[in-house]
Design a protein around this ligand. Structure first.
Ligand SMILES: Cc1cc2nc3c(=O)[nH]c(=O)nc-3n(C[C@H](O)[C@H](O)[C@H](O)COP(=O)(O)OP(=O)(O)OC[C@H]3O[C@@H](n4cnc5c(N)ncnc54)[C@H](O)[C@@H]3O)c2cc1C
Length: 382
């Protein structure tokens, strides 16, 4: 069986590793990505807040651990889901099975004034540049703002507001600064009332202004105000933004999407095309756009393909479960164990926050760096 995986992010890396370790030479896995390396989402915050360098958090695809996986660094230009053939800058590629794991593209230019007057922190380049911006910041009104839905890692803006507050405290700038958080959600982590309550208390203790249920629609670079969807004007000296998310254009042009994202069977991750699966942020599967969910979906696709290769019955289906770690500031981390099941209200319990859980988060990153890249690595470092 030849499996062609588009995108070597959380989903693509987990799928390629699982297939290689279960089937070895009985499967031909080709993994395609335009980038030369992978960066965990949480590493963006580590670089931004000075806990790691950009070099330290990049995992090069030339170091991929699974021995049987062929990695092709190239850009996918078109996808034909009927023939499972793709055109790339390195020529055509095809597979008996095609898995689309191309994530979400980010578009700061779609929010008027953002490129001129604000800083997005969701791309690698944006987060790494924000580190210098924060280091140079002399104090003032800081806004952490979401500009559209859906967006990756719904807890990340809350974490960022708390870490900005730590940063300002550390630099002695709190007395001349404010921190505000603009979020489209009604609560910081809607499926976990416990986690939301803990975050809202943390905001209240620190005086972080919480603006729920709205988005920043535009920035006025001259007046230095952000306008929200409900018409409020918020003055800012530094605006850190979560930019507009869209499925990559090549995915939309392939005919795989409906309403912007790829619909899949929530239990099997199959698309409506034969032997074409999609996992992670590029789908509308119903879980949040986060690495842990992309990874869980990839594991389910891997189990199906392994069963098929071995002539066994189809295995278990996707359970919508993921564990998210939340930075609370002060070196403390919380852990939310959340489950999204089709047709049921999502639920999630909070453990912590505590310094001990910061260690669990480090282990989470270290285990994946070992599995995917064969590296001894810890998220924090130079
Ligand atoms: C600040 C921040 C913090 C986060 N923290 C967490 C966290 O703590 N826990 C968590 O679970 N998630 C977190 N996330 C979210 C997480 O990073 C993403 O949800 C996850 O990476 C999605 O996995 P994916 O495989 O769907 O897509 P991605 O990991 O985005 O991978 C998609 C890949 O496709 C490639 N690609 C795209 N288009 C093309 C093309 N045309 N040709 C070739 N290659 C292409 C890209 O280069 C990319 O490598 C965070 C995100 C951010 C921004």
């Amino acid at each position: 069986m030849r499996v062609l995986i588009l995108g070597a992010g959380f989903g693509g890396l987990e799928l390629a590793s699982s297939l290689d370790s279960a089937l070895g030479g009985d499967v031909e896995v080709t993994l395609v990505d335009k980038a030369d390396g992978f960066v965990f989402g949480f590493s963006k915050l580590d670089v931004m807040f000075g806990r790691a360098t950009a070099d330290h958090v990049r995992h090069r695809y030339s170091d991929l651990a699974p021995p049987g996986v062929r990695f092709v660094q190239t850009t996918v230009r078109s996808i034909d889901p009927v023939t499972r053939r793709v055109e790339t800058d390195a020529g055509p590629l095809d597979g008996d099975v095609l898995v689309v794991a191309l994530g979400a593209d980010l578009h700061p230019e779609e929010t008027p004034g953002l490129v001129e007057a604000g800083h997005e922190f969701y791309t690698n380049a944006g987060a790494f540049a924000a580190r210098d911006v924060l280091d140079r910041f002399a104090g003032g009104d800081v806004i952490v703002a979401v500009t559209s839905t859906p967006f990756k890692c719904p807890p990340a803006p809350s974490e960022t507001a708390l870490l900005v507050h730590d940063h300002l405290a550390h630099r002695g700038l709190l007395d001349r600064s404010t921190v505000s958080l603009v979020m489209p959600l009604g609560a910081p982590i809607p499926p976990s009332p416990q986690a939301s309550e803990a975050l809202l208390s943390a905001f209240a203790e620190r005086g972080i202004a919480w603006h729920p249920g709205t988005l920043v629609r535009e920035l006025d670079p001259v007046a230095k105000v952000a306008r929200t969807a409900d018409g409020t004007e918020l003055p800012f000296d530094l605006l850190l933004a979560v930019p507009v998310h869209r499925a990559p254009a090549v995915v939309v042009e392939s005919g795989l999407t409906e309403d912007g994202w790829i619909p899949v069977d929530p239990l099997t991750l199959r698309t409506r095309f034969v032997d074409v699966y999609a996992v992670g942020d590029v789908t509308s599967v119903g879980t949040p756009k986060a690495g842990v969910f992309a990874e869980g979906q990839a594991a389910v696709v891997a189990a199906q393909l392994v069963a098929r290769a071995r002539g066994e019955a189809d295995p278990t289906t996707y359970d919508g479960r993921g564990i998210c770690y939340l930075e609370f500031g002060g070196g403390e981390v919380g852990k939310v164990d959340v489950t999204f099941l089709s047709g049921q209200a999502p639920t999630g319990d909070l453990e912590g926050p505590s310094v001990a859980l910061a260690g669990h988060k480090e282990t989470f990153g270290a285990e994946r760096a070992r599995r995917w890249f064969g590296r001894d690595w810890t998220p924090v470092g130079d």
